[in-house]
Design a protein around this ligand. Structure first.
Ligand code: URP
Ligand code: ZN
Ligand code: ZN
Length: 463
């Protein structure tokens, strides 16, 4: 199949909404034209009347098969990318992990091997640096050259992924010199570990204490410190999984000063809260992630940040662990619950629900879920938009369908849904990845191995 025509839909990008036919050839968008105005002939015609035609989602934060807390995230690259496609996401940027004592390149090669031949959609990598030293600092520019242009550092998880301020400053200096982007897990992990120890000593073992010890102020303090370190180093900064109102305020203040500081939040912080962490019978374990869910009152600041562009991207931080057999590891000690939530399949729908609920506009939906993550991580306009020359990663979206989110019907390899029973308006109908149909009117027709590795350029919000 070389030519496909999508007819009669409302094409929505971050910039425009226009009724148009879309012509696809050899995996790329070739042209858009007023509906019916061209005599285009194609082997496949997809009728998108009454539907939206949107760019495939770009999820810039996933953790397929991540080793964490003595177990592994339960989605493989095969199951996780298939679920992503079901949910209208056609690109993921996952995190390769450097283990302590290992070269960055060895970590990257290991993750390349996990993904190679297994993905249903295209994928790229960031690099988690858990051992910042002279040798790994020297490797950073080489990774940027081969398309791994962003590096995640952790101010949390002492003894695992944690970097101290000196290591962070050095990595930021290299990033500043080479055009790399530092992604920061901003929580004061040293202080949090003291609070964890004290809580457990008081017998506070339930999952809800995970939210209490990982205080909003300790997210805000780390965010502030990361911003100051980035200023000193002359480097840009992208703060991942922002959940606290006070952290949004730090980002907004930095951006008001014109600093190259960016922020991402995730659906779980927009739709869930500490009420979920307090669910009985260890049920709160399903919602243990870091940064943690916050009291509902924080959500208004996150929505406002998304509207004012103080937050630019919504990613999932998809990092699923089954309730039975994995989250269980923390019964009797919340600090042993593997951190992470499933969501790669739900992001596009939940953000469409935010359009329905009036939090954001349709174009902002596409901007925060497709265009901005593509620009942030050097993939635009190949990904994140529908325009001549772009990859034909396209979703036909039915804005009128309703669905009930549930583990019974989702495709992620995890035994619960964080949004069990939630009704949302809107549903993915058909998905194309580089012009190939992956989901056809809600039937999966894709295959492992279609997805290709994407070497990325530099962040496109700089320079
Ligand atoms: O709880 C989370 N977020 N798990 C994944 C690892 C990380 O910090 O992003
Ligand atoms: Zn993190
Ligand atoms: Zn993460």
């Amino acid at each position: 199949m070389t030519r496909t025509l999508i007819t009669g839909g409302l094409v929505i990008t971050a910039a425009d909404e226009v009724h148009a036919d879309v012509l696809i050839e050899h995996g790329r968008v070739v042209a858009l034209a007023a509906p019916g105005s061209q005599e285009w002939v194609a082997e496949r015609v997809i009728d998108a009347s009454q539907k939206y035609v949107i760019p495939g989602g770009v999820d810039a934060h996933t953790h397929m098969e991540l080793p964490f807390g003595g177990t592994f995230a339960s989605d493989t690259f095969e199951t996780g990318t298939r679920a992503a496609a079901w949910g209208g996401t056609t690109t993921i940027v996952d995190f390769a992990v450097q283990s302590k004592g290992q070269a960055l390149r060895a970590g990257l090669d290991a993750w390349m091997e996990k993904a190679d031949g297994n993905c249903a959609i295209d994928y790229a990598f960031h690099m988690i640096m858990s051992d910042v030293n002279e040798s790994t600092l020297r490797e950073m520019p080489k990774l940027v050259e081969i398309g791994v242009s962003s590096f995640k550092l952790f101010m949390a998880y002492p003894g695992v992924f944690y970097s101290d301020d000196g290591q962070i400053l050095r990595a930021m200096q290299v990033a500043g010199d080479t055009g790399g982007l530092i992604m920061m897990h901003a929580e004061n992990g040293i202080a949090i570990d003291v609070l964890v120890e004290q809580a457990l000593a008081r017998g506070e073992t339930d999952p809800r204490y995970h939210g209490e010890v990982r205080k909003a102020l300790l997210e805000a303090e780390a965010t502030h410190r990361a911003i100051q370190l980035a200023r000193v180093a002359g480097s840009p900064l992208y703060v991942v999984h922002v959940s606290a109102e006070e952290a949004v305020a730090e980002l907004a203040a930095a951006r008001d000063m014109g600093l190259p500081v960016f922020g991402e939040t995730c659906p779980q912080y927009l739709f869930l809260s500490t009420d979920n962490l307090a669910e009985p019978d260890f049920g709160g374990a399903k919602y243990v992630c870091s940064t943690p869910l916050r009291p509902k009152e924080h959500q208004a600041a996150l929505w406002r940040g998304l509207r004012t562009n103080d937050l630019q991207v919504v990613s999932t931080d998809h990092c699923p662990f089954c309730f039975t057999g994995q989250k269980d590891l923390g019964r009797g000690d919340f600090s042993k619950i593997p951190n992470g939530l499933p969501g790669v399949e739900n992001r596009m729908d939940l953000l469409h629900q935010a359009v329905v609920d009036g939090h954001i506009s349709r174009r902002r939906w596409i901007e925060i879920a497709c265009a901005s993550p593509a620009r942030m991580f050097g993939l635009y306009p190949r990904k994140g938009t529908i325009s001549p020359g772009a990859d034909a990663d396209i979703v036909v979206y039915d804005p009128h369908a309703t669905q009930v989110l549930s583990a019974e019907t989702h495709h992620m390899n995890v035994d619960y849904s964080a949004y069990e029973g939630k009704t949302v308006t809107g549903q993915v109908e058909t998905v194309l990845s580089r012009g190939e149909v992956v989901v056809d009117q809600r039937k999966y027709v894709g295959h492992a191995g279609h997805g290709a590795f994407l070497p990325r350029g530099l962040c496109q919000y700089l320079g």
